[in-house]
Design a protein around this ligand. Structure first.
Ligand code: TMP
Length: 257
């Protein structure tokens, strides 16, 4: 390993179905790593850059979808005030964004959008941080597209994996923590903690079971990279399990570098 490779940070992802508790556990892990002197960046997908956050608004946020008609009405009332062709064209452009919220999306296009967001996130945020030696903790990454769009959404495993190889060749997390919980438990938790559901949370039970199965299949195929954590345990127990897995990984990678 060269000196620059030795200085490279570590890329750790969290995966799991809805309400698995990833956000809380990532925050706790980041705090603990920081106390140990590790320089950590916490980020999430879809998101992490302005463009990727826009993809999140389009694909995930039901709050945005619900409010879209109100904003569209506002644009219509502004229409009369448009001072010229340029203003009118801008209003049309903004309107088209709001019209996209909640409109049906072709499943393959949806997978492509997740990868477009991911490519931007990787290139502009994750990779530069890893190159500087920072550790990146990311809430979801490409395994989510395999599970949600590939398996549950019916786009197919091959399509998603080939897409991944095309846009992010050779890119994979150093470690993935799969927070596994039965969808009935996770969805109930998500509803209680957030109140508002997301577009994906609204999918039927079969969809969420397929997501869970797909994540477990990924873990079975790549046991070195993907560690399963029982997320039905208490928050404190999950935190302990996450920490012991990461500590073991850190020792191993320190010994290798
Ligand atoms: P979350 O941040 O609350 O987990 O919300 C992100 C949602 O987006 C979640 O329902 C899973 C979904 N998603 C996909 O369907 N495919 C993807 O590639 C990613 C990153 C997320």
């Amino acid at each position: 390993m060269t000196a620059s490779e030795a200085r490279r940070g570590r890329f750790i992802t969290f995966e799991g179905g809805e309400g698995a508790g990833k956000t809380t556990q990532i925050r706790r892990l980041a705090e603990r790593l920081s106390q140990d002197g590790v320089d950590v960046l916490v980020t999430r997908e879809p998101g992490g850059t302005p463009m990727a956050n826009a993809v999140r608004a389009l694909l995930v946020s039901k709050a945005a979808m619900k409010s879209a008609p109100m904003f569209l009405e506002m644009f219509d009332s502004l229409g009369g005030l448009a001072a010229g062709e340029t203003d009118a064209a801008a209003l049309d452009a903004f309107k088209s964004i709001f019209l996209a919220l909640g409109a049906p999306i072709d499943p393959q296009a949806e997978a492509l959008l997740h990868f477009a967001a991911r490519r931007d996130h990787w290139g502009q945020a994750i990779e530069p941080m890893l190159a500087k030696g920072r550790w990146v903790l990311c809430d979801r990454f490409a395994d989510s597209t395999v599970a949600y769009q590939g398996a549950a959404g019916g786009v197919g495993d091959d399509f998603v994996r080939e897409l991944g190889e095309l846009v992010l060749p050779g890119v994979a997390p150093d470690l993935t923590l799969l927070l596994d919980v039965a969808p009935e438990i996770g969805l109930e938790r998500a509803r209680v903690s957030r109140g508002e559901t997301s577009r994906y949370e609204d999918k039927d039970a079969g969809y969420h079971q397929a997501v869970r199965r797909a994540f477990l299949d990924i873990a079975a195929a790549e046991p070195e990279r993907v560690r399963i954590i029982d997320a039905a345990q208490s928050e404190a127990e999950v935190t302990d399990a996450v920490w012991s897995t990461v500590a073991e990984f850190a020792q191993l990678t320190a010994a290798q570098s």
